[in-house]
Design a protein around this ligand. Structure first.
Ligand code: NAD
Ligand code: ZN
Length: 362
């Protein structure tokens, strides 16, 4: 058993508390990882507010981390102690029908199919003050050590800087892949990106890499525009500066609406606006943002009847164990610069300050 620090969410709506926890050794088919760095994603905030489906408290959040294998359980063959790895919030078991389908990345061992508050044998490897603590999406990266099933861990290049590539565990891969894999943005096309957090800015990078000729970035926080432009946005719009609804403005700007729109916020009104912003016939709208669990949206079916496509994406459509290491190699080959997404670097003890920065739009 390893004793180390972890940020525990004891109940919804409370700040995280950095505690000493016990992390049990990995069982068969599991890997214990020493985490080196983790990002903060809006999805962790949904969890802290009690709005993440099927989560259980107390829990160690975090799902965007990178680290080094500390020890392996019986039967683990694809990695060994000392390897650099990323825990994956969408596993790739390799055996289910979705893993075997080249069109899908949504492994049936993912959390929508089955809650991931406990490891597959239905027990937790974490405890604190004699209480069992739940895992989050099996990965729980807000801890110095975590235990994850082997099929939810990707081995990455030994040269990878873990404090930079941890973003590939969620935000960067999600946004970049939403453009490249889910929308399949074509060269010369027009795109609109709603929301310019870590995810939306990564969508901008993906649209640019795919050769889009116009990338319109939309956010109510104008402080996000400089970074969006640096990453490839051609226009930046604040819907609060407009007299007309954003979908009307985007349609006028592009003639019939954009070829591809992306919602990277997680709000009902912006999901509908993003859908209505892509052209009525061949337009594709990709939903990335997560609504509070239980929320519903209603749309006019005419929006789809004319031919539009409305899709969702999980982690940008990448088959995780296979593709995340390739993305890391692409980073090392300088094919894109995801370092531009990093706004702050804080020591672990200041994790609550990180959430305050997220809430403040910084
Ligand atoms: P973030 O909070 O960093 O960014 C959200 C951005 O949206 C902010 O810049 C904010 O100013 C802007 N915004 C808020 N309200 C707006 C409005 N009404 N109009 C325009 N802009 C508005 O969040 P993030 O970490 O980039 O995550 C974005 C969303 O993606 C979240 O809902 C998150 O849960 C979800 N997500 C989904 C996946 C997936 O696999 N589908 C993965 C990661 C994150
Ligand atoms: Zn995430």
């Amino acid at each position: 058993v390893i004793r180390c620090r972890a940020a525990v969410a004891w109940a919804p709506g409370k700040p995280l508390s950095v505690e000493e926890v016990e992390v049990a050794p990995p069982k068969a088919g599991e890997v214990r990882i020493k985490l080196v760095a983790t990002g903060i994603c809006r999805t962790d905030e949904h969890l802290l507010q009690g709005c993440f489906p099927n989560a259980e408290f107390p829990v160690i959040p975090g799902h965007e981390g990178a680290g080094i294998v500390e020890s392996i359980g019986e039967g683990v063959t694809s990695m060994k102690p000392g390897d650099k790895v990323m825990p994956l919030c969408i596993p790739q078991c390799g055996e289910c029908s979705f893993c075997q389908n080249p069109e899908s990345n949504f492994c049936q061992k993912s959390h929508i199919s089955e809650p991931q508050n406990l490891l597959p044998d239905k027990s937790s490897r974490f405890s604190c003050k004699g209480k069992q603590i739940h895992h989050f999406l099996w990965v729980s990266t807000f801890a110095e050590y975590t235990v994850v099933p082997e099929y939810a861990v990707a081995k990455i290049d030994a040269a990878a800087p873990l404090d930079k590539v941890c973003l590939f565990g969620c935000g960067f891969s999600t946004g970049y892949g939403a453009a490249i894999n889910t929308a399949k943005v074509k060269p010369g096309s027009t795109c609109a990106v709603f929301g310019l957090g870590g995810v939306g800015l990564s969508v901008v990078m993906g649209c640019k890499a795919a050769g889009a000729s116009r990338i319109i970035a939309v956010d109510i926080n104008k402080d996000k525009f400089a970074k969006a432009k640096e990453l490839g946005a051609t226009d930046c719009i604040n819907p609060r500066d407009l007299k007309k609804p954003i979908q009307e403005v985007l349609t006028e700007m592009t003639g019939q609406g954009v070829d591809y729109s992306f919602e990277a916020i997680g709000r009902e009104d912006t999901m509908i606006a993003a859908l209505a912003s892509c052209n009525m016939s061949t337009g594709v709208c990709v939903m990335i943002g997560v609504l509070d669990s239980g929320s519903k949206i209603s749309i006019d079916p005419m929006l789809l009847l004319t031919g539009r496509t409305w899709k969702g994406t999980s982690l940008g459509g990448w088959k995780t164990r296979e593709c995340i290491p390739k993305l890391v190699s692409g980073y090392l080959e300088k094919k894109f610069n995801s370092d531009l997404l990093i706004t702050h670097t804080l020591p672990f003890a200041k994790v609550n300050e990180g959430f305050e920065l997220l809430r403040a739009g910084k």
